[in-house]
Every structure is written in C-alpha cells, then in structure tokens.
Design a protein around this ligand. Sequence first.
Ligand code: NAP
Length: 318
Amino acid sequence: MTDKVKLSDMESNIAVSGKTRVCGLIGDPVEHTLSPLIHNSLAALMGIDLIYVPMRVESGSVESAVRGAYDLGMLGLNVTVPHKISVMDAALYIQKNAAVIGAVNTLVRDREEKGYIGYNTDYLGLKRALADDGISLKDRNVVILGAGGAARAAAFLCAFEHAGSVYILNRNADKAEALCRDVNLFSESEGIKGNEDDALCKPLPLDAHSDVPGSDLTVIQASSVGLHPNTEDVIIDDESFYARISYGFDLIYNPAETRFMRMVAANGGRASNGLKMLLYQAVCAFELWNDVKVPSDITDRVADILRAASSPAPEDSR
Ligand code: NAP
C-alpha cells in the first residue's frame, strides 16, 4: 500500500461535525496547492477536529474575504500568491518579523478581538528545514539566487539569524538592489553587521558569482529556474561556482532533484530540495492555530505523504 493510498483512506475518513473547526488557503490560483493534503493529514494524525479547504479569492476581494472568514468562525487562513502583501491591510495587527519581511502567509484568529493576527511562517519553514540538515546561518557566507518573494523571506532569515554576509544574485539588478536595501535598513537598525563590518547584504549580477569570497558557501536557490517542466534549466551553469558550495538548498521540490542540486552534489557539496520548507511553513501555521507542538514522528509521516503526492505533481503554488 502506498502513502498515497493511505492518505486517500485518511481523507475519506475525515468526519465533519458541528464542532469541526475550519481553516483554509486564500490565493489565486489555488487549484494545485498541496496545503490541504498537509493540514488534513496533520489534523488526522494529531487527532484534531479540523478541516482545511482552498478558496480562490480575486485581488480586490481580499479584505471582504478575510472579514467573512472571521464572521464564519474560521480558525485561521493561509495566504498565497498574489495576496501576501495586500492581506496585511485586512489583519488586526502584524507580528513583528512578518511586518519586517513585509509579507503575511498565515492569519491566526485572535480570541479577544474581532480579527486575525498576521504571521509569516515561510521564513520559519526555511529555518526549520535548514535545521533538519544541521545548517545554522549564523556567521555564514550565504548566497541567495533570486530576489522575488521567496528570496525575500530567505534574506530576512539571514538577518534574523545573524549570517556573516549575504550576496543576492539576480537577473534583474533593480530587484536585488531593492531587497538588499530593505534588509540592510533593518539590520542596521538592529545593529546587525556583516562579517566585513559593513552592510550585511550585497547585490550582484548572476555572472559575477566569482566576486563572492570564500570556498565554503551556503547557497539558497530561491529563483524559479529549474521548476517543472523546465527541469534541465539551472540559474548558474558554471562548475567553478559549484566547486565552492558546501551546502545548497533549492526551494523547488518538483522535481525532487533539480539540476542545481545535482551540480552541488557532483562537486562534493550537500543539497536538499524545498519540500521540508513547504511542510514546515504549514506545520508552523498549524501549531499557531491549534496551540500545539507537532511531534517529529508526525512531521516525518506527513513528509512521506507529501513526497508520494508531489512527484510527479503540478508545480508549487502553495
Ligand atoms: P517570484 O517572486 O516570481 O520570483 C522569481 C525569481 O526567479 C526572480 O528572482 C526571477 O528573477 C527569477 N527568475 C525567473 N526566471 C528566471 C530566469 N529565466 N533566469 C534568471 N532568473 C529567473 O517567485 P517566488 O515566489 O519568489 O518563488 C521562487 C521559487 O521558490 C519558485 O520555484 C517557487 O515554487 C519556490 N517556492 C518554494 C517554497 C517552498 O515552500 N518550498 C515557497 C515559496 C516559493 P527576476 O527578478 O530577474 O525576474
């Protein structure tokens, strides 16, 4: 019996009663999301009476959707593209790190007042996925490939964790510069300095990777290059870059092994995909909604369920 079969058994056994709490995902599109699989599995395995449903919400309707969710008694919401910024206007208040990052992917019902508190569990998911691999960013020389929404969470995680220096390499130079500016403003205000006693984050073009110093690099691949179906694409194709990488984390998990990961491994480094990040951002939201701690044997079981379901699967849309 495969995990997929076990899961479909589990899903068909979901019993909804008058006491069942409802959580969900808002975004556009939401059709390919794996979040219901994660949360409904967590609820079943933890014995928590909760059901999780995806809901497509168009831009312009986010505030009314969140108000309606609260009035319907929903326990919490996940928020995905393209609403992670606009949803901040619909929250009662924003937790500090989510406000610093400038994006919210989780709304948690406030029991006292009329609304939801906004959190960001994307950066927490990445932090926990790295920790599973024994990786701490403190004092590390980190390279982030990409400067979109996911790279933003990664770059702020580097600041929160007091990385030594952070190089953001992106095709669009303006976006890399803007992200570095935001992270440096925050880190300077907190007194966080880079290894070389200057700005923490530095923008670079993709073809300037040899300007990054060191031979023990931690690289976070946060671009969408290599995502299914373009599985043979890689954002930097120069072996000399990979020879300096000791650890590479690719946020992509479909395919399970990207060309970036293969190149890191072929040059003697360790590499992981983004499946655990996806899992842990959900686990963090689940823990906030239900005020529980999910034990590691359950996260391991849900990781197996996810692996079985996501390969080959539609690309990530959270
Ligand atoms: P995004 O905001 O659209 O950013 C995409 C990034 O990829 C940009 O930096 C873009 O560069 C770069 N890029 C795209 N095509 C490129 C190309 N042909 N050459 C060079 N660079 C290119 O997307 P996102 O939300 O940050 O997501 C990025 C990736 O992370 C996606 O694959 C997504 O599935 C994955 N992700 C995974 C998780 C997880 O939990 N594992 C969570 C979030 C995202 P420009 O700025 O130059 O356009």
